[in-house]
Design a binder for this molecule. Structure first.
Ligand code: GLV
Length: 322
């Protein structure tokens, strides 16, 4: 099997106790043709969001049986094509939920309280006196937290906001949560239009699909409060980054915090020049404990499937029963 990016040595060792492994020693991101070449004769691959599993790649890798993504999101996989080729796809849910919710909350607070902007100001040597409204930001406690995408991570953010910060929590999701989960999260279901209009802090935690492409674009930004902050820890492409940069520049919304970008690791140049945005390089699940748990879960899926035909967290379980 192929491990497409650098992972922890102990996880590589564990894989090697069960299957033959080719590892990526340099941690370079292999272009599609190189990935396809390296997958020749391999039954499995441990991938990250950097590797795309496309119909073209699958057509040229007939020996492939499993692709194990070291991420909860799997928009880098064409899942119907995997299923059509009899390739099991797996992801790493649950182990990153709280770590990612912590980060979403931190990014929301950093954005609301202008932490990046004020830190840059200080580092640049501009701080020569205190003033009453210097870097005055938006209130977090007691404000209205809006969540678009209310899966496990969205619920974690809702609980942090409601229980820890006394926030009013509203959410919109493809399907409404059951009453017990809503009560536990202190969250009220609203339409997308009401979410946009009422949120003081809007956090995006929805999966990227064709339907969600530019779910937040110019028309949606225009419906938000001018004092609102927007946080994206979901996926690039859910936000129209060019429209967001424009909205930040014109003051249509107050600030944004972004951990994911359209076309990352490239970042829209306009976002790099607006001051009222906090930018982080896709690190919401990045603690060593969680990243180890994710790598181990991907390894568990590979070992279970390649040695016993089983899987821990299958995305397309119909392949198991085929
Ligand atoms: C990270 O973005 C993930 O999907 O786990």
């Amino acid at each position: 099997m192929l491990v497409a990016r650098r992972i922890f040595p102990e996880v590589l060792d564990r894989l090697r106790q069960h299957v033959e492994v080719e590892a990526n020693e340099t941690d370079d991101v292999w272009p599609a043709a190189e990935l396809a070449r390296r997958l020749q004769g391999k039954a499995g691959a441990l991938t990250t969001g950097s590797e795309r599993i496309t119909p073209e790649l699958l057509a040229g890798t007939p020996g492939l049986r499993i692709v194990a993504n070291m991420a909860v999101g799997f928009n880098n996989f064409d899942v119907p094509a995997c299923t059509a080729h009899g390739v099991l796809a797996t992801n790493t849910p649950d182990v990153l939920t709280d770590t990612t919710a912590d980060f979403g909350f931190a990014l929301m607070m950093a954005t609301a309280r202008r932490m990046a902007e004020s830190e840059h100001f200080l580092r640049a040597g501009h701080w020569n006196r205190w003033s009453i409204d210097m870097f005055a930001g938006a209130e977090v406690h007691g404000s209205t937290l809006g969540i678009l995408g209310m899966g496990r991570i969205g619920q974690g953010i809702a609980r942090r906001g409601a229980h820890g910060f006394g926030m009013r929590v509203i959410y919109h999701n493809r399907t409404r949560l059951d009453a017990a989960t809503e009560a536990d999260c202190h969250a009220t279901y609203v339409s997308k239009a009401d979410l946009l209009a009422q949120a003081d802090h809007l956090v995006l935690v929805l999966p990227y699909t064709a339907d969600n492409h530019h779910a937040i674009g110019a028309p949606e930004l225009a419906q938000m409060k001018p004092t609102a902050t927007l946080v994206n820890i979901a996926r690039g492409g859910i936000v129209d980054d060019a429209a967001l940069a424009q909205a930040l520049r014109t003051g249509q919304i107050a600030a944004a915090g972004l951990d994911v970008f359209e076309g990352e690791p490239q970042v829209h140049p306009d976002l790099l020049t607006v001051p009222n945005v906090v930018l982080t390089p896709h690190i919401a699940s990045a603690t060593l404990k969680t990243r180890r748990a994710m790598a181990n879960m991907a390894a568990d899926n590979l070992i279970a499937y390649l040695t016993e035909g089983k899987a821990v967290t299958p995305i397309n379980p119909e392949v198991l029963n085929a």
